[in-house]
Design a protein around this ligand. Structure first.
Ligand SMILES: CC(C)(COP(=O)(O)OP(=O)(O)OC[C@H]1O[C@@H](n2cnc3c(N)ncnc32)[C@H](O)[C@@H]1OP(=O)(O)O)[C@@H](O)C(=O)NCCC(=O)NCCS
Length: 157
């Protein structure tokens, strides 16, 4: 598990495109738009210091990021969590969420928010287990308004 550095730009691209290929229903962006991004855009994400990659036996097997949300000023959010199928059920996802929790604490956040698609049953079960609870808020996915996203929040205090 480590924070993305400049040398990780292509690895971040690869794991993100894997996520958008194997679990497209979980994300608001698409493979089609993301595959066109120039490498400089991936380098820029890696420079921000809030992207994390999980490694196993020399391969990247997961990713996550922390960030803000213009619709909810002053809050910190977890985005893009993904673990490769072969690494699921191993604790990698818990480590990735832990890295974003630490980032949010460093940013002096008292809570961490996320949106999870109602069709992502495994993700929902995972978030329940690691301490997130439904806040009562819902939004729809902008690229497909038929998909409902549940807001979940974890208290960090
Ligand atoms: C979401 C994700 C990161 C979780 O990582 P993981 O390693 O699979 O998580 P875990 O195995 O530790 O936990 C998943 C839980 O769901 C349960 N589960 C497995 N399949 C399930 C299913 N089809 N429906 C409901 N629960 C399921 C597991 O038993 C486990 O619960 P338990 O620990 O109480 O037994 C990973 O599954 C993933 O990358 N999925 C595809 C992308 C995605 O949905 N990302 C989330 C975007 S919000």
């Amino acid at each position: 598990m480590r924070q993305c550095g400049l040398r990780d730009a292509l690895a971040l691209r690869a794991i993100r495109l894997e996520a958008l290929t194997l679990a497209p229903e979980a994300y608001g962006s698409t493979y089609r738009e993301t595959v066109t991004w120039p490498v400089e855009r991936w380098r820029s994400l890696c420079r921000r210091g809030n992207y994390y990659l999980a490694h196993s036996e020399g391969a990247v097997v997961g990713m996550v990021s922390g960030g803000t949300n213009d619709q909810y000023p002053g809050t910190k959010w977890l985005y893009g969590l993904y673990v490769s199928p072969g690494a699921r059920g191993t604790g990698v996802a818990t480590q990735l969420v832990g890295a974003v929790e630490e980032w949010a604490r460093r940013e002096r956040a008292s809570s961490l928010h996320l949106h999870v698609s109602d069709s992502s049953r495994r993700a929902r079960a995972f978030y329940d287990r690691v301490g997130f609870a439904a806040s009562g808020g819902f939004v729809t996915m902008s690229r497909d308004p038929s998909v409902r996203l549940t807001e979940m929040v974890k208290n960090l205090e």
